[in-house]
Design a protein around this ligand. Structure first.
Ligand SMILES: Cc1ncc(COP(=O)(O)O)c(C=O)c1O
Length: 520
């Protein structure tokens, strides 16, 4: 139980703690009473502020880093969560603390609770959604960013930080292979990056809408994506005033790729009905199955119809970091804009997203505003970040990527991408040859979709079987997989996302899957 008063770490303030924080007053206290008042005043002031002395900062920091270090050591064997009968999701029920408590005890309590009762996305046994084990350099970067708190809205207040951010954008954008100028900006993630891409495309084709709204265009802009594309696109279409129905969801092929023939028919149909097609959103790595749309064919359709091509590569665009596997996203260099989330395949902690564009002028067209109060730097040759982004105050989400690249280099990602693709390929082969399961969709990226093998059974029965298997496999908390739907069919979804995952973890998962399939 954490004490709330008389706390030895914080107060009541002793004369020495007051001495450690001398705050001189201009008032001359002549009487003893006045002197006591002065001390009380100082004492109250001391309680109001948040600073710790040098030793205490050091002690707390070391304690935390020890916990984090132990946690990292545990990740290769760590269960993802508690067994199902011990998981709790109720409110904590603490009242708002009026006074503080011992910092070390509170920190220890938070670490213990979060680690012992938490859900461990960074575990090697998390075969989950697109959330990785963060690199350790990224963890350190996050602390540095929080301590320095650079304000990346304007260059004048961030200077080196803003230049690191721009350098990181250019390192990543440089891997796309654009033969024309490009630019981009960090985002909070794929949702904001996709929203930004749509805003750029709108600003490009309907510049008047930025000031006067879509109504001023006298047109009904529409855009296209596959039925498998991420739902951040629906959100964005609604928020940009296009309306969610303006996002035409195009059916996919048997391989879960956007069907180009259906797309082109729909574009032509929309044109005859006086809609104004302006953008196609291709996906490089769908959330459900990791499918990559045929980017070259979609680029050709966009060229024919003068449409903006956005590639939502929140996950899969990271393949540009691999010389060997870059061909997976062949055609990405034909995009007008790309979403790439370092907090997915590049092993960054939340949050770190990126919008890149080969039409850099649109960033300013869509986002720039003038203010009298933002500090200016006369020497600046770059644009302030608030003029090229949906964000204003802005966290430095690039340092973790920059430091990781500086310390490990691109080749570390080349290796990561290759290893995870190999692990997934071997797992998919196992599923395909299994007596209990079948492969539901071809494996392209390190995501495997399988189904319980029930030849001739109705879809509801397969769905129930898939769910029962996942329930059984995840019940003890050791590992995590999920169910989803691909092209309307229920699948079990297994993703290799942690850089700590090895063959032995997948062997363990296979055993758990086979046992669960037999138990049904
Ligand atoms: C393909 C795709 N695009 C966009 C997003 C949204 O990204 P974020 O969660 O970083 O906002 C996701 C999330 O998983 C995704 O899978």
């Amino acid at each position: 139980m954490i004490g709330r008063s008389g706390d030895p770490e914080i107060g009541p303030a002793t004369p020495s703690s007051i001495r450690a924080h001398p705050r001189k007053s201009a008032v001359d206290f002549s009487s003893e009473a006045q002197s006591i008042n002065f001390r009380l005043l100082n004492y109250r002031f001391f309680l109001m502020v948040f600073d710790f002395d040098f030793e205490k900062r050091r002690m707390l920091g070391y304690k935390l880093i020890d916990r984090v270090n132990e946690y990292f050591s545990s990740l290769p064997e760590r269960s993802v969560q508690l067994p199902s009968d011990q998981r709790t999701f109720s409110e904590l029920g603490e009242t708002l603390p009026e006074v503080g408590a011992d910092a070390l005890a509170v920190l220890e309590e938070a670490c213990t609770e979060l680690i012992e009762h938490g859900f461990h996305v960074p575990s090697a046994n998390y075969f989950g959604l697109m959330n990785p084990t963060p690199t350790y350099m990224a963890v350190l970067a996050e602390m540095l960013v929080a301590a320095l708190n650079p304000q990346l809205a304007s260059l004048a207040r961030s200077q080196l930080a803003a230049r690191i951010e721009r350098e990181t954008v250019h390192w990543i954008g440089g891997r796309v292979g654009w033969d024309r100028p490009f630019d981009g900006t960090f985002t909070s993630g794929g949702n904001e990056a996709n929203f930004s891409a749509m805003a750029l495309a709108l600003a490009h084709y309907f510049p008047e809408a930025v000031e006067d709204g879509l109504i001023s265009t006298g047109k009904r802009p529409v855009l296209y994506t596959s039925t498998e594309a991420h739902h951040s696109l629906d959100k964005s279409a609604g928020l940009l005033g296009l309306g969610r129905t303006a996002l035409r969801r195009i059916a996919v092929t048997a391989n879960a790729q956007l069907d180009p023939a259906i797309l082109e028919t729909r574009i032509l149909q929309d044109k005859t009905q006086r809609f104004a097609p302006f953008c196609v959103v291709a996906t490089a790595g769908t959330t459900n199955s990791g499918t990559i749309d045929d980017l070259d064919i979609l680029a050709e359709i966009c060229q024919r119809h003068h449409l903006w091509l956005h590639v939502d590569g929140a996950y899969g665009a990271a393949a540009i970091f691999s010389n060997q596997h870059r061909k997976l996203v062949q055609g990405i260099e034909r995009a007008d804009s790309i979403t790439l989330d370092p907090h997915k395949w590049l092993a960054m902690p939340f949050s770190s997203g990126l919008i890149l564009t080969s039409r850099p002028e649109t960033l300013e067209q869509a986002f720039a505003v003038d203010t009298p109060y933002m500090p200016r730097s006369s020497a600046a040759t770059l644009l302030d970040n608030f003029k090229v982004s949906t964000q204003w105050s802005r966290r430095m989400n690039s340092l973790k990527v920059w430091l990781t690249l500086r310390v490990h280099g691109r080749q570390a990602y080349e290796e990561l991408i290759h290893r995870q693709l190999e692990l997934a390929r071997s797992f998919a082969q196992w599923a395909q040859g299994s007596d209990d399961f079948e492969l539901a969709v071809p494996q392209v990226l390190p995501i495997v979709n399988l189904r319980v093998k029930l030849p001739g059974a109705p879809e509801e029965q397969v769905q129930a079987a898939n769910e029962a298997v996942v329930q059984e496999v995840t019940q003890d908390g050791q590992r995590w997989i999920s169910t989803t739907f691909v092209n309307g069919r229920s699948v079990i979804r297994v993703m290799v996302i942690s850089y700590l995952t090895e063959e032995r973890h997948l062997e363990d998962l296979k055993k758990a899957l086979m046992t669960a399939a037999k138990k049904r």
